[in-house]
Design a protein around this ligand. Sequence first.
Ligand SMILES: Cc1cc2nc3c(=O)[nH]c(=O)nc-3n(C[C@H](O)[C@H](O)[C@H](O)COP(=O)(O)OP(=O)(O)OC[C@H]3O[C@@H](n4cnc5c(N)ncnc54)[C@H](O)[C@@H]3O)c2cc1C
Length: 387
Amino acid sequence: MKIGIVGGGPSGLYLALLVKRQRPDFSVTVYEQNKAEDTFGFGVVMADTGLSHLEAADKASHDALRAAMHFSHQQTIRLNDQSIDVKRPGAGGGAITRIQLLQILQEMCWSADVDLRFSARQDLQNGGLERITAESDLVVGADGVNSVVRAQRAQAFGTTQRSLHNRFAWYGTHKLFANPALVFREHAGGHFVAHYYRYSTTMSTFVAECDEATWFHCGLDQMNDDERQMLFERIYAPELDGERLISSNSIWRQFPVIRNQRWSVGKTVLIGDALSSAHFSIGSGTRIAMEDSIALAQAIVAHPDDVSAITQAYEAQRRPGKTRLIEASEKSFDWYENIARHMDVGRVHDFVLSYMTRTGRIGEDRLREQFPELVAAIDVARKQALG
Ligand SMILES: Cc1cc2nc3c(=O)[nH]c(=O)nc-3n(C[C@H](O)[C@H](O)[C@H](O)COP(=O)(O)OP(=O)(O)OC[C@H]3O[C@@H](n4cnc5c(N)ncnc54)[C@H](O)[C@@H]3O)c2cc1C
């Protein structure tokens, strides 16, 4: 069987690896527009629940990824000047440099004899997509939020796209934060958020965000990207402790919410962000994308040479689980779209409770079971507030 994968991000590389491991006789080609050593963003976190799925799918890549991760068992949530440290159950999340994640998967793909082609952008203009479609039995769109594979058949996929109102930019910094944190801060009448975590021995990720009212009220709409970066360096000076933010094409943008009614059209199938973008606030987009690859690889191996059975099995197996995660991501971004209202509550314990239960996946009972110290502190604070 001949499989053409457009996009050499986490989902495309992982799919190629899983298929070649199980069916070395299949021809699998990955077309990536960037060079092997280039990517966007800095580090990403992967929760331990997600890691266990990767371990079950392919232990060798899981072990290599895990060995490159920085783990943390605690997250700080700060509202203005009040903080709460939330101790995580289990191993906690692991953070990894995005390029390292890709290079580990690239290495393994090379050894599994995947045909990896870099600097190989495919689109309709250069005839690449037509050629891949003509040559392949199965075409996989693993080309992320701006997928051209999806765009060329948008109507057939039933694609919908809208932008959130909040604005964000993805920075790095040499400040090595002690543990991951979310810092919500009011400044000059605006509501700002920093999501940050260390992911290597020298670097941390720093995602800067504000709501739409702040964007206009504090004049970010009139600033250039350098001025916005400096504003965040000022607002988060206590946390950055003299370190600068580092830009890597860190453009301010609005998160695109992409959904598709159909997951496949003929022999073309979508995975990862190309299929549904998962908001960064749940820190799971990478593992959701890689779990799509697990499901599609299983379907390919179970139904070799029967494309219609592959796409049906993939969707039947994966849609329910993915829908649950994407719905959680939607509740999470709705919460962030309303940060001013949540922050105006003013009491850090109520704020943290609202944050922790925002996706609906954790109710107060599960919170009590998984985060007993946090719930005990919330109970004490509530009693104090009642006098
Ligand atoms: C600010 C921010 C922070 C995030 N933090 C986290 C986090 O902490 N944890 C987490 O799990 N996720 C996080 N994510 C989400 C995560 O980055 C994505 O969900 C994940 O990368 C999706 O993987 P993918 O393989 O589907 O797509 P991508 O990673 O986008 O990969 C797509 C690949 O396709 C290539 N490509 C695109 N078009 C073409 C073309 N026409 N021809 C050839 N190649 C092409 C691209 O160069 C890219 O390499 C974050 C996202 C953002 C924006």
